[in-house]
Design a protein around this ligand. Structure first.
Ligand code: LMR
Length: 331
């Protein structure tokens, strides 16, 4: 086709309804976990709702399991506009300069999901989401995964048991401090690399939710799992701001509605997913399950308590105190 014809065809396409119908708005949603996890299911629910409600005007392509990008790369890809939507764990926003998100990593800061949601769904959560805008992102929702358990090839019952162990962490300085507080050697590593690192002994252990441990088969290469619930993994669903602001207003409203309902769905199912995964790990039988006594858990909490103060400069004392006030946290 001659150039002039191409230009005419393109111009017609921009203005004609028929072309709009053929060219849906594509949202590439990249993430690092399996489909069968709280985030994986949330992404599929969002896709289902967005596509059905927009009657095909929006197409959501979900790329799970680090298929497109690993942890660090996916945030860069979002900022560059190579993908439109992500849901990184709250522990992964530090390298972007959004260090306050690491407040959710403070060990034992939340006793239960209700406390956590009071913080996320209130003024603190809104303020954190707003802080992403200068970085070219819009935060649409917080999604739950759940509380973390510890895994290793040696039993972890007392704080001393961590001494000298190489523990994989997400890219959060709070998690780094948490493991140093008990004498372990934390190592930042992309989620997709953890299984192999465990298998080859590059790391001795890690922390994660039961649904992540089971769906990545970590339980097949870790001899012990301590049900510690010492910290939390949740997500911020984020979109590229330029993309979001450029959407037709009716589509944006529709997507906000789909996100609201996908969020509700995720909140309702995350706990069950993790409870079931824990049972499946026990059933596979390759990992010995350890339940901490109240005294043992208190000893962990005591050993890690200093991390809250150590991190005041990084996260902000005011933010930490505001959360204590919301949750009634006591050392
Ligand atoms: C991890 O890296 O361990 C988790 O953040 C993965 C995830 O997205 O749940």
């Amino acid at each position: 086709m001659k150039l002039a014809h191409l230009i005419t065809a393109a111009a017609l396409c921009v203005t004609s309804l028929a072309c709009w119908a053929q060219a849906p708005i594509v949202i590439k949603f990249s993430h690092v976990v399996a489909d069968d996890t709280p985030k994986g299911k949330g992404a599929m629910k969002f896709k289902e709702l967005a596509e059905a409600r927009s009657k095909g005007r929006v197409k959501v392509e979900v790329y799970p399991n680090s298929q497109l990008y690993k942890d660090k790369e996916e945030l860069e890809a979002l900022q560059l506009g190579a993908v439109q939507m992500l849901a990184p764990s709250l522990s992964k926003f530090g390298p972007l300069g959004a260090k306050e998100f690491e407040v959710f990593d403070l060990p034992f800061i939340f006793d239960n999901v209700q406390e956590l949601h009071r913080v996320m769904d209130g003024a603190i959560g809104s303020r954190l989401m707003k802080s992403l805008e200068p970085k070219g992102l819009v935060g649409l929702a917080f999604w739950d995964n759940g509380f973390k358990e510890m895994t290793a090839n040696t039993p972890l019952k007392k704080p001393e048991d961590f001494k000298g162990l190489k523990m994989r962490i997400q890219s959060s300085k709070v998690l780094d401090a948490q493991f140093r507080a008990v004498g372990a050697n934390p190592q930042v590593m992309a989620f997709s690399e953890v299984y192999q690192a465990m298998q080859t002994g590059v790391v001795d252990g890690s922390e994660n939710t039961a649904s992540n441990i089971f769906s990545q088969h970590h339980n097949e290469v870790q001899k012990y799992l301590t049900v510690s619930d010492h910290g939390y993994i949740g997500y911020a669903v984020v979109v590229n701001k330029k993309f979001w602001d450029g959407l037709p207003a009716d589509i944006r409203t529709l997507l906000e509605g789909a996100m609201k309902d996908a969020t509700k769905f995720t909140t309702e199912h995350a706990q069950t997913d993790n409870d079931e995964a824990l049972k499946k790990i026990a059933a596979v039988g390759k990992t010995q399950m350890i339940t901490l006594t109240r005294e043992e858990r208190t000893a962990w909490k005591k050993a890690m308590a200093k991390v809250h103060r150590q991190m005041e400069d990084r996260i902000g004392r005011d933010l930490i105190l505001a959360i204590y006030k919301e949750t009634g946290f006591k050392e």
